[in-house]
Write a protein that binds this ligand. Structure first.
Ligand SMILES: CC(C)(COP(=O)(O)OP(=O)(O)OC[C@H]1O[C@@H](n2cnc3c(N)ncnc32)[C@H](O)[C@@H]1OP(=O)(O)O)[C@@H](O)C(=O)NCCC(=O)NCCS
Length: 186
């Protein structure tokens, strides 16, 4: 079962934030949150109007993560508002179950306060003691300076680049940067 205990994080000038595993009751709020953060989706392949998960599908996604030892969805809550989300899912085969892919977002008005770093550290701490997971990976638009800055600060390294992977307009292409961190090394 992949869940973390709820923990309260104190930010200097802001209210407390509770970080906990998502549960099926959060499905509707997660859909609304995701649509909201995708509105300024210069950093995401999926655009807001393309995000069309139903509540049932979202519940299934949350339950699949909760019931899989190598997967995790955590949300950060300010009161009842979701202000951050991290998801992680490992491979489904014997030969790739030690590796997983990470996603992270923080609500626009909560960025640059340290929440992304706190949430990513919680995921990496979980991965470190997880008996299956050895490597955390992610893919990021090469133009996404905030996210790349966060990943570099947390010790991620580049392992590849997919050239022109995303087409933003007729002339504008963006490379996909592949980053990783080994979680079982000091
Ligand atoms: C990437 C993201 C999650 C960072 O969250 P955040 O809470 O703002 O990040 P933090 O405040 O914890 O910052 C941690 C570090 O990240 C880097 N960073 C964050 N925002 C940055 C920015 N705008 N410019 C440069 N570096 C930045 C810095 O190294 C920072 O450390 P510092 O404060 O000591 O300088 C947030 O910008 C976001 O939600 N972006 C949209 C979604 C997204 O791009 N997700 C990643 C897709 S792969």
């Amino acid at each position: 079962l992949a869940v973390i205990p709820a923990q309260t994080i104190k930010f200097d000038s802001f209210k407390d934030v509770v970080v906990r595993s998502a549960q099926s009751e959060d499905a509707g709020a997660i859909i609304e949150y995701t649509k909201m953060v995708l509105v300024d989706s210069d950093w995401s392949c999926t655009q807001s109007h393309e995000f069309d998960l139903t509540t049932e599908q979202e519940v299934e996604w949350i339950e699949d993560h909760r019931n899989s030892p190598g997967k995790l969805v955590i949300i950060a809550l300010s009161g009842s508002d979701i202000v951050g989300l991290v998801d992680f899912a490992n491979g489904s085969r014997e030969r790739n179950r030690h590796v997983g892919v990470l996603g992270i977002s923080v609500r626009k008005d909560w960025r640059r306060l340290g929440l992304g770093e706190v949430m990513l550290q919680i995921l990496l701490d979980w991965a470190k003691v997880n008996p299956i997971i050895e490597k955390v990976t992610l893919a990021v638009f090469c133009t996404n300076k905030p996210a790349i800055g966060l990943y570099q600060k947390m010790g991620f390294s580049e392992e590849g680049r997919r050239i022109g992977e995303f087409k933003l307009s007729q002339e504008k292409y963006v490379d996909d940067l592949l980053l990783y961190i080994n979680t079982k090394q000091a």
